[in-house]
Write a protein that binds this ligand. Structure first.
Ligand code: HEC
Ligand code: HEC
Length: 303
């Protein structure tokens, strides 16, 4: 806080508290003119209501005075009086840090029993998958969707379709989360002219049993040898490098001709961030258990 704002706030506090304190001391002593009948002479409702005069009740005076004392003590102990930090050294940030540390401690205690179990075993533990679900919503849903069904625009795979880029056993899922993944599909636009790219796209659609142009697909099949190095001779993919299986209808980026041509011409490079630093192994394991559960036909209580 700059010196100006500090002084400004101190000025306001002194002015406000000073004014109220003055009124508090002055009001009981103030002389209000009183008529012989004991009223002030103010009348309402055509004289039916007349304003009387009474002393403030004692409890009210005691309570107001205690409020002043409480206010002074508060301003002395906590930040509030300009740049004065308060004698307790309290800060909102410090309180948050203490809360977070206490929470992490509780979480670590809960996680203790989990570290000896495999991801497959953890996926049967309601408490673990419950935590995993919450963490998934916070960290993963932005790309993979709340229902984990992926996002074609980001190339974030559907995690519940039984079609895996890198494998769907517990360890493969955990490795994807901890280390991240990067799929590198080269761009072929420099090597192939547009008609060839269209032929390849038709061949990819034929692999998936989708409507295609037979002549173009046959021509594309001839060219597919360069693709086979990664996607396999029959297009079944390779989980070691995350080359997708092209024979099913499951697509990272969409399976219409135009999207396939764009993929082949310009290449793709879907990136799954690494979570080791951000979440740590314990949290990654309960998320992996949750992903394992929902991708193997199970569901949690909240779904
Ligand atoms: C920034 C977007 C993004 C976020 C956030 C993200 N992912 Fe991913 N994830 C991806 C992309 C993109 C891929 C595909 C990588 C590739 O193409 O090789 C992927 C791949 C995966 C895979 C591999 C799937 C397979 O078929 O083998 C798993 C498992 C996975 N993510 C789980 C998670 C979990 C769990 C989280 C949260 C901790 C998460 N992801 C957060 C974008 C994201
Ligand atoms: C160097 C290995 C490699 C080669 C060679 C390769 N690809 Fe790929 N391809 C990949 C990878 C890895 C991905 C996944 C990209 C990602 O994760 O973003 C991919 C993705 C694709 C996709 C998108 C699939 C989807 O689910 O949306 C298509 C289509 C495709 N490749 C077709 C081809 C064709 C056709 C060729 C040959 C002209 C080819 N690829 C050559 C590695 C390769």
């Amino acid at each position: 806080m700059s010196a100006f704002w500090s002084w400004w706030i101190m000025g306001l506090v002194v002015f406000n508290m000073g004014l109220t304190f003055f009124l508090f001391l002055w009001a009981p002593r103030a002389k209000v003119p009183v008529l012989p009948d004991g009223t002030t002479g103010h009348v309402w409702a055509h004289g039916v209501l007349r304003e009387g005069l009474a002393n403030l009740p004692r409890w009210w005076i005691v309570m107001s005075f205690s409020m002043f004392i409480a206010g002074f003590i508060y301003l002395y102990r906590y930040p509030g009086f300009g740049a004065h930090k308060g004698s307790l050294g309290w800060t909102a940030r410090g309180e948050l840090a203490a809360d977070t540390a206490a929470n992490d401690k509780k979480l670590a205690a809960a996680m203790k029993g989990f570290s000896s179990k495999s991801i497959e075993q953890l996926s049967k533990d309601d408490e673990a998958v419950g935590m995993g679900e919450v963490l998934f919503r916070d960290n993963c849903a932005a790309c993979h969707g709340r229902d984990a069904r992926g996002n074609h625009l980001l190339g974030a795979p559907n995690l519940v379709d039984h079609d895996w880029l890198y494998g769907g056993d517990g360890n493969a899922i955990l490795t994807s989360i901890l280390d991240g993944r990067h799929g590198a599909m080269p761009a072929w636009g420099a090597q192939f002219k547009d008609p060839d790219i269209a032929n390849l796209a038709n061949y990819v659609r034929s692999l998936a049993g989708q409507p295609h142009d037979k002549t173009k697909a046959a021509a594309g099949k001839e060219l597919f040898t360069v693709c086979a190095a990664c996607h396999g001779p029959d297009g079944h993919g390779n989980t070691a490098i995350g080359a997708p299986n092209l024979t099913g209808t499951v697509r990272l980026y969409g399976g219409d001709l135009e999207t396939l041509e764009t993929t082949i011409r310009d290449g793709r490079g879907g990136t799954m961030p690494s979570w080791r630093e951000r979440l740590g192994e314990d949290k990654a394991r309960v998320i992996a258990a949750y992903v394992y559960l929902i991708s193997h036909g199970g569901s949690t209580a909240t779904q």
